[in-house]
Design a protein around this ligand. Structure first.
Ligand SMILES: [Mg+2]
Length: 401
């Protein structure tokens, strides 16, 4: 049976919520921006008027203001956005129980089983647009298709406040002339690799040889080829379905750059303590560690390494993270702007048994001590509050945490 899948996307979500809360704003070009004090001073969302001036999400406030000097900037109110997100998702849930969120303001709906109640996919899409607008003041754009990827492409195709149907008859006409970078899951880097191989449009991807794509992009190339040809059979999960945690990570953009070993140590300790506490909270252990490093030119690299045995200790995470950083950055010479530490390949804590290497008993004695220490700290924080214990190096630090 052909499926009917919708992808709904709130238009300029953060900016639209601000407009609902304060309708006066709508007279002006405005944008929701991060806090410049913490170097998060970038555009998070903008309204249509600001868009007309060429203001782009992700650019610095000064860049936006050079194009639109009268741009009104608004601080984000994440708690309120979460409430609006829930309101909108609750509306979707009236039409099907298969509602799979994709971020705070987007989700897929599989309405194959409910079209006999509510009408065709297109009719449901139009109804959703008007119900969401009436009940929340927000507009959404909706893509209707027979698979998730094309539904997502549909909600991007025309916005704001529009329905786009992409079916087996029209998908080539609508999608194939678009640049390859417009395809779902094709980022800037991937688009560049494709361009270098003479692949410029989505149609070019579809016509390319599956093996060529696999050579350029690895396994992702094969999946991409299938997606542009409409062979996406992935299912829409129900709203309460949560995939088991695949990874747990924390990152930060620091208030000032990290320019010494000491800076890096302090910040790695901070991130690893957080990640480890979350691993223990969810009773999982990671068997690999990934570090993301961003330099002052906004260039990022990710490096990961497999651990000898799984862990939920900050002690193991920071040893690994620090050595990954040493191996990839000339600390002291190349300033670091942002770092993330992520524990990946998670295992259920109950299934983990530790492998003890007899060649490294020193390490194990030390590790056992650390384990008791970290568990004791969890206990104290649980009983007396998160802020009761902190490392001396974190007090009055200049990094913004
Ligand atoms: Mg959106």
């Amino acid at each position: 049976m052909e499926r009917t899948i919708l992808h709904c996307d709130c238009n300029s979500f953060f900016a639209s919520v601000e407009g609902v809360l304060n309708p006066e704003l709508k007279k002006y070009a405005y944008a929701v921006c991060g806090d410049p004090e913490y170097r998060h001073g970038i555009i998070l969302a903008k309204n249509e008027l600001a868009k007309k001036y060429g203001v782009k999400t992700g650019e610095a406030i000064w860049q936006a203001k050079s194009k639109c000097p009268k741009l009104v900037t608004v601080k984000p109110h994440y708690k309120i956005y979460k409430e609006y997100s829930e309101k909108v998702f609750n509306i979707y849930c009236r039409y099907t129980d298969l509602v799979e969120p994709f971020g705070i303001d987007e989700c897929w709906l599989d309405v194959s089983g409910t079209t006999h109640l509510f009408g065709s996919g297109e009719e449901i899409a139009d109804e959703l647009r008007s119900v969401v607008k009436a009940e929340t003041g927000l507009t959404i754009s909706v893509g209707v298709s027979y698979n998730k990827i094309f539904a997502k492409m549909g909600s991007d195709y025309r916005k704001p406040d529009a329905t786009t149907v992409i079916n087996e008859d029209n998908f080539k006409d609508l999608l194939y002339p678009l640049p390859a970078g417009d395809m779902f899951m094709v980022g800037r880097r991937t688009a560049e690799k494709l361009r270098n191989a003479g692949i410029f449009t989505i149609g070019d991807i579809a016509c390319a040889d599956e093996r060529t794509l696999k050579r350029i992009l690895g396994e992702n190339g094969r999946v991409l080829w299938q997606n542009v040809n409409g062979f996406d059979y992935s299912r829409v999960h129900s709203f309460d379905y949560r995939e088991a945690y695949k990874s747990i990570g924390n990152g930060a953009t620091f208030k000032r750059d990290l320019v010494s070993q000491r800076d890096v140590r302090t910040c790695v300790f901070f991130l690893c303590d957080k990640v480890a506490a979350r691993l223990r909270k969810h009773n999982v252990e990671c068997s690999a560690v990934q570090v993301g490093i961003k330099d002052t030119n906004m260039h990022s690299i990710n490096r990961s390494v497999q651990l000898q045995s799984p862990t939920d200790l900050s002690f193991d995470l920071r040893r690994t993270a620090l050595s990954l950083i040493q191996d990839n950055v000339d600390v002291g010479k190349d300033p670091i702007r942002a770092l993330t530490v992520t524990g990946t390949k998670l295992l259920n804590g109950d299934d983990v048994c530790e492998q003890i290497s007899f060649f490294d008993l020193d390490y194990h004695t030390k590790r056992e001590k650390e384990q008791r220490l970290e568990q004791a700290k969890d206990g104290i924080r649980h009983k007396y509050g998160l802020g009761t214990l902190t490392r001396c190096s974190f007090i009055h630090n200049e990094f913004g945490f």
